[in-house]
Design a protein around this ligand. Structure first.
Ligand SMILES: Nc1ncnc2c1ncn2[C@@H]1O[C@H](COP(=O)(O)OP(=O)(O)OP(=O)(O)O)[C@@H](O)[C@H]1O
Length: 473
């Protein structure tokens, strides 16, 4: 399905354009000025924009400049009132794909629109194939427009080519794995392997021989010599996922690898040189583990030369709806469905739900909805009940002004505490208030802090929040 956005303050011209460019397999959306167009662009994906120049508020040229900055490859056709060479030149210099002058001929518009869509389709195909050739991943796979994600992309681009080790932090499902793939892909090591090891899922006894290999007879069952994963990544990158779960005994050996660039197989006295770049990821608070002596401080500093933090999805604002559109397109294509519209109630629920499972949870919800939905529209009944309940979240807040303010304040506090894994100092900084004020507010709303144990948050279908304190996650 091709999607076109028509931007014009004159509703008569918009309708005329809609009827000219409409055809089966195309969805046309309208916006009455530049700002409205930007709002739509922030939450939905398009293949082409047709915009008038003269509009009240943000005009067509300002909109074009904004689109060129934020959606670099999205084609824009500018519609100008008179055949003025200056306006046409300004449009093309500003990065427009082409321009159309009023009064327009139906055939001209149809031709230019078909060419622009075809050029866009070819561009996407080439980028996709390039991505496939240079392995499977590129930054194009990581969707995000909010400032925090833009900062992540900037940092990835700046550090990918440097030789330093990088620690990627963030809650589960925020895209740490994707970030590691992008770093490797943009590094000078991309021609060699990226080897991923999930330190949390390999039994402690096996992890050492998996990482460093073993010689024949090193332990029962070691019937032949085996190369470790670190060596198989020689010349490339090794990604140690869930590094916080690495046993202390192995942390010493990893430190030796970082400092001396050699490995020693289990059962061998021989040291073998390797050249690997190390990326590590964790969803635990490693600094806290260092304080609790569960993680070596020297290793922490060696790994944490640069930290890339992936923010929780609930703090990424409009990215939720953008990711929703992205997965919708991806799963509609993958499952051979023509699902292209999402009911407003679903968008409301997605926008308000706090996404404790982050992007992974959102991706699963969209995949499920595309699979279940009957026809081309995703309705509330196609998404999981615990998410659907949130469409009326704000409607549920009633009462006096002070009760509503309290509700809002409590949600902000819970969000900040969750983002900081219930450590008060970080949450106070995030909210721009003193620690003493934060403690007073936490007490008022009965919100726990991490010093009372690990805190798990559970939200009921009605949006109520419950905290469970425990010793282990
Ligand atoms: N910004 C994003 N754009 C598109 N897809 C994303 C994005 N972030 C995450 N995903 C998708 O969400 C899923 C989870 O991402 P990923 O495995 O990278 O998270 P993670 O932080 O490594 O999780 P865990 O800590 O559980 O290993 C994957 O399918 C991934 O492709």
């Amino acid at each position: 399905m091709e999607r076109i956005l028509i931007v014009d303050d004159d509703s008569g011209i918009r309708s005329e354009l809609v009827s000219i460019v409409s055809s089966p397999g195309r969805e046309i959306i309208e916006a009455s000025d530049g700002s409205e167009a930007l709002q739509v662009l922030e939450s939905e994906m398009f293949d082409l924009i047709l915009s008038d120049v003269r509009m009240p508020g943000m005009d067509g040229f300002e909109l074009l400049a904004e689109i060129r900055q934020r959606w670099t490859n999205l084609p824009v056709i500018i519609i100008t009132a008179f055949a003025s060479t200056d306006t046409a030149v300004q449009a093309l210099r500003g990065g427009a794909y082409d321009y159309i002058t009023k009064p327009f001929s139906i055939d001209d518009i149809r031709n230019i629109v078909s060419h622009a869509l075809e050029a866009n389709r070819l561009f996407n195909e080439v980028s996709y194939l390039k991505g496939r050739l240079g392995e499977r991943y590129s930054m194009d796979n990581i969707i995000g427009q909010c400032p925090a994600m833009q900062k992540v992309f900037d940092t990835i681009m700046r550090v990918a080519k440097a030789p330093c080790n990088i620690l990627i932090t963030g809650e589960s499902g925020t895209g740490k794995d994707l970030a590691a793939q992008a770093i490797h892909e943009y590094s000078s090591r991309s021609q060699n392997h990226l080897v991923t090891i999930d330190c949390g899922s390999i039994p402690e006894g096996l992890l050492e021989s998996e990482l460093f290999g073993h010689v024949k007879g090193a332990f029962t069952g070691a019937v032949s010599e085996k190369e470790g994963l670190v060596q198989s990544a020689n010349g490339g990158t090794i990604f140690l996922d869930e590094i916080g779960d690495m046993p202390l005994s192995l942390q010493v050996k990893l430190l030796r690898l970082i400092q001396n660039r050699h490995v020693q197989k289990v059962g061998s006295t021989k040291r073998e040189q390797v050249d690997v770049r190390i990326l590590a990821a964790t969803n635990a608070n490693l600094a806290e583990k260092v304080r609790n002596k569960q993680f070596r401080e020297d290793l922490f500093y060696r790994l944490n030369v640069v930290e890339i933090h992936l923010p929780p999805l609930r703090s990424r604002g409009g990215d939720v709806l953008l990711l929703m559109s992205y997965f919708l397109k991806r799963y509609s294509e993958a499952l051979g469905r023509e699902v292209c519209k999402v009911d407003e109630s679903v968008k409301r629920a997605f926008g308000k739900y706090p996404w404790p499972g982050n992007v992974r949870e959102l991706e699963n919800a969209v995949e499920r909805a595309v699979t279940l939905c009957d026809g081309s529209l995703i309705r509330l009944e196609d998404i999981p009940g615990n998410i659907a309940q949130w469409q009326n979240e704000s409607g549920a807040v009633s009462g006096t002004l002070s009760e509503r303010v309290d509700h809002f304040e409590k949600q902000c506090l819970i969000g900040a505490m969750e983002a900081e894994e219930f450590h008060a100092a970080g949450a106070a900084e995030r909210l721009g208030i003193s620690l003493a004020t934060l403690y007073r507010k936490l007490k008022k709303f009965d919100i726990p802090v991490a010093s009372t144990g690990i805190v798990e948050v559970e939200r009921s279908n009605t949006g109520q929040t419950q905290f469970t304190r425990g010793l282990k996650r």
